[in-house]
Design a protein around this ligand. Structure first.
Ligand SMILES: Nc1nc2c(ncn2[C@@H]2O[C@H](COP(=O)(O)OP(=O)(O)OP(=O)(O)O)[C@@H](O)[C@H]2O)c(=O)[nH]1
Length: 343
């Protein structure tokens, strides 16, 4: 009882998804006596379901993948038919026994009819009824806390990450980038089109005021929701998409070359251009992006913003890259106060 309470206190004091994953893995490992506990992220890629571990047990201790979880390719969930069948039935658990007699418990976490997290608990013997009840209780607390964390991190209209979470996600992305020496003159490295880097884009709906004025705020809100959906479907699970307020969105694009970053941002722009918005018809977006260097988030955001203003001032419905505009002499950045000047 004392151990259970200690773990409950540990789970409920977390204000961060990675720490919450670690504390639930630790609780299940110790309280259930499981030999392995994995917390998997589930995601779709080209209509196929994949999973990759965010936290697991190694040498009796919890290991967390942190932000680098997104860098891993993941395994196809098709290799785990018991889990797939469990999800198809919208069940909360399924047990299987392998040839060596190990018992695996699959525990998908249902939030608003969707599963983006699944726990896998492995033990060398069956789970007694009391243990199953205890696991259910721990998972109910875990699910509630995931819900609370999601609620505080997300914009209520679009469900995208909110501005409040930007600094933290940005710092984590930089920290995850450091082992491959991204700090080694990152600006130069990222400007070479063949070198992998990280990118920040500011995306803004063109003439959005006209949408509100012509069709009313309810249709304006619907456009925001649909653009948010197009953002979600245009970027990968490891990228991060934020609503910064109004009709402005920020994207953190991970581990890709300049050439691919340009293609990916332009694909999003085209997806919006080609979409038929109910009643409103056609809508376009302008995008400004910059390489993520060791500069502060404010400076990098400022660069992307300058490129966005350039895109707006030069016809809209286009993607502009800050470094290229500076190199071409189209944009001059005053480092001292980070203001923009057009030539
Ligand atoms: N419907 C709706 N409108 C919003 C929301 N937040 C901000 N807006 C509106 O977004 C509009 C933004 O207008 P502007 O900043 O003038 O920009 P714009 O009309 O998009 O013009 P450009 O950016 O120059 O292409 C304003 O009319 C705001 O009232 C929201 O949550 N819902």
């Amino acid at each position: 009882m004392e151990a259970l309470l200690k773990h409950m206190v540990d789970i409920t004091c977390q204000r961060d998804h990675a720490l919450l994953d670690s504390s639930v893995a630790s609780a299940l490992h110790e309280l259930v006596g499981a030999e392995q506990v994995r917390v998997h992220e589930l995601f779709r890629f080209r209509n196929e379901l994949f999973m990759r571990p965010r936290a697991w047990i190694r040498d009796g201790k919890v290991v967390s993948a942190g932000e680098s979880a997104g860098e891993q390719a993941g395994e196809s969930a098709a290799d785990y038919p018991v889990l797939l069948e469990c999800m198809r039935q919208r069940a909360t658990s399924a047990e299987e026994v392998d040839a060596t007699g190990r018992h695996t418990l699959w525990l998908p976490i249902w939030l608003n009819d969707k599963v983006s997290t699944c726990l896998q608990v492995i033990a060398d013997r069956p789970y007694p009824v009391e243990t199953r009840h205890m696991i259910e209780g721990i998972l109910a607390v875990y699910r509630n806390f995931q819900n609370i964390l999601d609620y505080s991190e997300r914009d209520s209209l679009t469900g995208l990450l909110n501005r409040k979470t930007f600094d933290e996600k940005f710092s984590r992305m930089l920290a995850a980038a450091q082992p491959d020496n991204q700090q080694d003159r990152p600006e130069r490295r990222c400007q070479q089109s063949g070198t992998v880097g990280h990118w920040l884009a500011v995306c803004d709906i063109d003439h959005f005021k006209r949408v509100n004025d012509q069709f009313g705020h309810l249709y304006g809100d619907e456009v925001l929701i649909l653009v948010a959906n197009l953002l979600r479907s245009s970027f990968r699970a490891q990228d991060r998409v934020f609503r910064f307020g109004g009709e402005e969105f920020v994207v953190l694009l991970r581990s890709t070359t300049l050439e691919d970053a340009r293609k990916i941002f332009d694909r999003f722009r085209r997806n919006v251009e080609q979409h038929d918005f109910p009643q409103v018809g056609k809508v376009s977006v302008s995008v400004g992006f910059a390489s993520i260097s060791t500069e502060s988030p404010v400076v990098i955001l400022g660069h992307a913003d300058q490129a966005l203003y350039y895109a707006k001032a030069n016809g809209r419905n286009q993607v502009c890259f800050y470094d290229e505009l500076v190199q071409r002499g189209e944009l001059r950045s005053e480092v001292s106060n980070d203001t923009v000047e057009f030539f």
